[in-house]
Write a protein that binds this ligand. Structure first.
Ligand SMILES: CC(C)(COP(=O)(O)OP(=O)(O)OC[C@H]1O[C@@H](n2cnc3c(N)ncnc32)[C@H](O)[C@@H]1OP(=O)(O)O)[C@@H](O)C(=O)NCCC(=O)NCCS
Length: 140
């Protein structure tokens, strides 16, 4: 797999890929807008993994001070458990380290047990943090 940074011409393919990975519009994510923001920012990027010119994995990273936040890590469903997710996390880690980042962080849905096992397999630990939230759209 060859990993490189996203380019403007990749936009549609990346959004299609994210739908395939199950990253749909939700309360927290707006994939089209998130992609655009990452492409415009100096301290964020989306890394694409390709095999035979086809996108087969992605990860978005943005650096907030010394903290590299990881989003949209996804591997093509037909290519999972072949080491590609690990390769993408390595690439994200290097991207953050090269820019002075000291720690990688990410949020995982508590019921995404496969992803939790994957991250723990890679040596990430469960940080003792509680996420607090306030709704701003009037819903309860
Ligand atoms: C999570 C995800 C990125 C893992 O990618 P992957 O390419 O299958 O992972 P790898 O093959 O690199 O696996 C690395 C290690 O994690 C383990 N692992 C991967 N998925 C696992 C799972 N579902 N359950 C248990 N272990 C898992 C592998 O067995 C491997 O262990 P090893 O090093 O001992 O062989 C992929 O399953 C995915 O795209 N999931 C849907 C999107 C998602 O949930 N993303 C995370 C959002 S927070």
């Amino acid at each position: 797999m060859i990993v490189s940074e996203v380019a403007a011409a990749d936009t549609e393919a990346v959004l299609r890929f994210w739908v395939n990975c199950g990253f749909l519009e939700s309360e927290n994510d707006e994939p089209g807008r998130d992609l655009q923001s990452a492409m415009e920012a100096d301290d964020a990027t989306v890394l694409l993994g390709r095999i035979a010119d086809e996108i087969c994995a992605t990860v978005m990273v943005d650096l907030e001070g010394r903290v590299g936040m990881v989003h949209y890590l996804g591997v093509d469903p037909s290519r999972r458990k072949q080491g590609l997710g690990r390769q993408m996390m390595d690439a994200a880690e290097h991207w953050v380290q090269d820019r002075g980042g000291r720690i990688l962080q990410l949020l995982v849905d508590a019921d995404n047990l496969g992803a939790l096992r994957f991250y723990e397999q890679l040596g990430l630990f469960r940080a003792p943090v509680i996420t607090m939230a306030k709704r701003l759209d009037g819903r309860t």
